[in-house]
Ligand binder design. Structure first.
Ligand code: PLP
Length: 412
């Protein structure tokens, strides 16, 4: 029997249940039955404190409390309020001041930026390129738009970013399609926690420069959803100036999200910011992206746009928000280090990790291992190539326990 009654499949694979949601509900059921101390739920993609409560920056909440009704009840312009457009560029670029042509368009989270990039810079039926380890919704977004995801192996046999495999795939797809959208999720990649080094970046950009003459357009979407949780904000933005030194038909777009950085996940706010070599390409970017917004979610919610604008209009407040985030970031980094250290001690191989919300373990039978672990009270997410552990959602003590439990389940 078909999985569809009245709905049309349109080339998409639509599961009966969202996988992570299903695992998370089983974790909740076990907590209700056996108690929270018997369960480690490392599936959740938000930063939780050691007691399992959502981390919310109080400085951001205090700012929200100063708002007037029109700040959230009113529509924002389709592309975002003028103050937000300026503030979000500063948030994304940090102290770097680009000399290229930049335009920011508000989107509902980083997700909206990914959607609008694919819809405007690829054609129906195109392949969108990303690494084999990647955030699963890329497939959903591409599928919804009549495109699909193609991949290259993210790491070589020495655990280094596989720039040769990347280059091979870029060349293949440009020969096939003439234009290409590439998604690079860095720093603190989901699901591996890897951050491209400056050397990796130089390899990636050399590949693109080499292909520019053969391509109509190459769009490099930098999905920077975790940029403010990787480590020092300035250090992790050092790749940005490199993105300016590219030919005119290569367009870098930054997908910036307020979800994690300002703990405003539910307000659905983000932006897509282009770094164009010409004013014409930047103006076109704004025109086509605003058009797509109109035809999908219309305008983005105003609330978080006003919050960010207020934060960036007040130096003291900005400092306070950054300091508050830095404390939680330190907690997250400690958890990641604890996980890595225990994996080393347990002899558990993990995918090259730098920082962020997640770490991954390569595994040939992830579904089987995760089912076994659920019986032991450990809930993690099976992916195509391994297991994803959310270090963002469990305490450091739990991060120390997980590697040995996984190693044991894999050895049985
Ligand atoms: N990109 C990656 C890799 C993510 O993990 C997420 C959120 O989990 C996003 C983008 C976008 O999130 P949002 O739409 O909430 O900004």
């Amino acid at each position: 029997m078909s999985d569809y009654i009245l709905a049309k499949q349109n080339g998409r694979t639509i599961p009966l249940e969202d996988k992570i949601f299903g695992i998370s509900s089983r974790a909740k059921a076990m907590i209700a039955e056996k108690g929270a101390d018997k369960v480690i739920n490392a599936t959740i993609g938000s930063l939780l404190d050691d007691e399992g409560k959502l981390v919310v920056l109080s400085s951001v909440v205090d700012t929200m409390k100063t708002l007037n009704p029109v700040d959230f009840a009113d529509y924002a312009p389709i592309g975002g309020t003028p103050q937000f457009r300026e503030a979000v560029k500063k948030a994304a670029f940090g102290s770097f001041q680009p000399s290229c042509f930049t335009e920011a368009v508000a989107t509902p989270g980083g997700t909206g930026a990914i959607r609008n990039t694919i819809s405007n810079y690829s054609r129906m039926g195109d392949k969108i390129l990303t690494s084999d380890w990647h955030w699963a919704p890329y497939n959903t977004i591409a599928g919804e738009l009549g495109r699909c995801i193609d991949t290259y192996p993210m790491f070589d046999e020495n655990g280094m970013f596989h720039v040769n495999a990347f280059g091979e795939k870029v060349r293949e797809l440009i020969a096939e399609q003439k234009s290409l959208v590439i998604i690079l999720n860095t720093p603190a990649h989901n699901p591996t926690g890897y951050s491209l080094t400056l050397e990796d970046w130089s390899g990636v950009l050399n590949v693109l420069r080499g292909e520019a003459g053969k391509a109509e357009s190459i769009v490099l979407l930098v999905d920077a959803a975790y940029i403010d949780f990787a480590g020092d904000e300035e250090e992790y933005r050092r790749f940005l100036p490199e993105l300016e030194k590219l030919p005119e038909n290569i367009l870098p777009i930054i997908a910036y999200s307020l979800s994690k950085t300002y703990t405003l996940y539910g307000t659905r706010c983000g932006a897509m910011i282009c770094m164009a070599q010409t004013a014409e390409v930047a103006a076109e970017f704004r025109r086509v992206c605003e058009f797509s917004s109109r035809g999908s979610w219309s305008n983005s919610a105003k609330l978080a746009q006003v919050i960010l604008s207020k934060i960036y209009a007040d130096e003291k407040l900005l400092k306070k928000v950054n300091e508050e985030r830095a404390e939680y970031r330190e907690m997250l980094i400690q958890r990641g280090r604890a996980f890595e250290e225990e994996a080393r001690k347990a002899g558990l191989e993990i995918v090259p990790f730098d920082a962020g919300f997640f770490a991954s373990i390569p595994c040939d039978n992830p579904d089987e291992i995760s089912r076994k672990l659920e019986k032991e009270g450990l809930f993690i997410v099976p992916l195509a190539k391994g297991l994803r552990v959310s270090v963002a959602s469990v305490s450091e003590a739990a991060c120390r326990k997980i590697p040995a439990m996984v190693k044991k389940a894999m050895a049985e």
